[in-house]
Design a protein around this ligand. Structure first.
Ligand SMILES: [Cu+2]
Length: 168
């Protein structure tokens, strides 16, 4: 009489079976963790965005100042709600736009100063707003499309350009 079915298996086969089970279990756990991390629930991600400068020969690009965006990269996950506090911190009377490439549009409220007092205007589903010196805007949109998308100031190209990176 045979004690059990396992009695007939060689040690090598048992080890192979154990190894396969371990690899399979590890893969399942790894995929589960990856799924949970990658597809975490959308959150609101808040960023502060300012104008900056690149300090070199101002006449190089057709006489336009070398203004920049600080930061020049915004990274979010697909589905996140994005809230950008955009402040024009110019020390002179210079305006900047916040413009996005298709398919992105945004809603925005523009305030008269950096402490968000005195609403100047409110817009919805726009691809461009203009901020005068000292003004502040809250820009909101949902990162519905994965990829890399440009945000830029119409007045200060090519230097005042940033990239929205949406991880899908
Ligand atoms: Cu500008």
């Amino acid at each position: 009489m045979t004690p059990s079915g396992f009695g007939k298996l060689s040690s090598a086969k048992l080890l192979t079976a154990a190894a396969l089970i371990a690899v399979f279990s590890g893969a399942v756990v790894g995929l589960s963790v990856g799924y949970v991390v990658h597809y975490s629930a959308p959150v609101t991600r808040t960023f502060y965005l300012f104008d900056g400068t690149v300090p070199f020969n101002e006449t190089m690009f057709y006489g336009h100042p070398h203004d920049t965006f600080v930061p020049d990269t915004i990274t979010v996950n697909k589905g996140d709600h994005v809230l950008i506090h955009y402040v024009n911190i110019e020390d002179k009377g210079e305006a900047h736009t916040y413009t996005m490439d298709p398919p992105y549009t945004f809603d925005a409220t523009i305030y008269g100063n950096a402490t968000q007092q005195g609403i100047v205007s409110t817009v919805t589903t726009k691809d461009r707003i203009i901020l005068a010196q000292g003004q502040n805007a809250t820009i909101t949109f949902t990162a519905s499309w994965a990829g890399v998308f440009r945000y830029y100031c119409d007045f200060h190209q090519p230097t005042m350009t940033g990239y929205l990176v949406v991880i899908g």
